[in-house]
Design a binder for this molecule. Structure first.
Ligand code: ZN
Length: 360
């Protein structure tokens, strides 16, 4: 028996054991290289065939080829087994357990001020009003001029209005208002002009949205707040229509017969202007600290649209009239829920907000 035959048998036995023990596909590939590669063990043995006698060569050649085929087959089997096991393990790892209970989903809810806004929208919808929205970043022209508020009017005081800075002026250490008059709107009234410019008469719109003023923040003042304004433009409207509408709305909003009154008021964009009061919801009219002992609470301002504003909106004051009114949903919400501090609305304190999760 030649040495070559012994070596082939030994290689066959050892390689078989090592392949069976290989734990990963990489290890098997390593062994394939070590055994069958260009300078592998078996390859080297096959080269030795050249040195054996002519009688022995056919049998040894046959054996060598048989060993090679066997090892190749073992390697393929082993690889298939390892890859199968790998897949099994991954499938087991990533399996979905359809019977497991779901994780609870946290559902949000409306902020109390938004609930008030939605209620207002619903009430006014019944009277034919549609929502019309405008930009929060406005121009001085829309926020003031077109609303009959000339440049020297106190409402335009630099200290009340939040001006957008001229580009580069902050970096230069000399902040100044943008030359193009870009500001944060101080009220939702500019939307009235935008609505008039965009729509044909008759107009009945509600304009809810955020407004901004440079205010010292305290329990009843915030530098951001909501307003809702209403605007009606038609060729046959009067202060009587406005009064009738507001009385109906006050009843719908507070859910009972509330006392109401009109007082003379002043706004640059309406003429005449009125303040609309309801009987104090706290004391019922007898006088208390909430109503400053007057028995009344002012819930909105209103009036007939000023001819200059009608013109700015593209309507001829000789042909059309209109009325407008504005409310503060923040204050209305505070009255509704007995909330004593407006800052709570903007504090993002969940202990406050989640109180309004249910029941409205
Ligand atoms: Zn009162």
């Amino acid at each position: 028996m030649s040495d070559l035959r012994t070596d082939l048998e030994a290689t066959r036995a050892q390689a078989g054991k090592r392949l069976a023990a290989a734990a990963t596909a990489d290890a098997v590939e390593g062994l394939r290289h070590e055994l069958l590669g260009r300078s592998g063990t078996l390859t080297a043995l096959l080269r030795g065939l050249g040195g054996v006698s002519a009688e022995e060569r056919p049998a040894l050649g046959q054996l060598a080829n048989q060993v090679r085929r066997e090892l190749e087959a073992v390697i393929e089997d082993r690889l298939a087994a390892l890859r199968g096991a790998d897949l099994e393990a991954r499938l087991a790892d990533e399996a979905l357990d359809m019977s497991a209970p779901g994780r609870p989903v946290r559902v949000g809810h409306l902020h109390p001020v938004l609930t008030t806004l939605r209620d207002l929208r619903e009430i006014f919808h019944a009277y034919g009003f549609e929502v019309f929205e405008g930009p929060e970043i406005e121009t001085e022209e829309y926020n003031f001029e077109l609303l009959n508020i000339p440049p020297d009017h106190p409402a335009r005081d630099l200290w009340d209005t939040l001006y957008v800075a001229e580009p580069g002026s902050i970096e230069a250490g000399e902040p100044r208002p943008a030359a193009d008059g870009t500001i944060l709107r101080t009220h939702t009234s500019p939307v009235q002009v935008r609505a008039m410019q965009a729509l044909d008469a008759p107009i009945r719109v509600l304009t809810p949205g955020r407004c901004y003023r440079y205010e010292a923040v305290d329990a009843s003042h915030a530098f951001e707040f909501f307003q809702v304004e209403g605007l009606v433009i038609d060729c046959d409207t009067s202060l009587a229509d406005l009064k009738g509408l507001l009385e109906e709305v006050a009843r719908a909003l507070y859910g009972r017969e509330v006392a109401t009154r009109f007082r003379p008021g002043y706004y640059p964009f309406t003429e005449p202007s009125v303040a609309f009061d309801i009987g104090c919801l706290v004391c019922g009219g007898s006088g208390c600290p909430a109503c400053r002992r007057s028995g009344w609470m002012t819930i909105l301002g209103a009036g007939m649209v000023h001819p200059n504003v009608l013109r700015a909106g593209g309507f001829d004051p000789d042909e059309y009239q209109g009325y407008a009114f504005g409310m503060g949903p923040d204050r209305m919400t505070m009255l509704r829920h007995g909330i004593g501090d407006i800052r709570l609305f903007f504090s993002a304190d969940l202990r406050f907000v989640t109180q309004f999760a249910e029941g409205r």
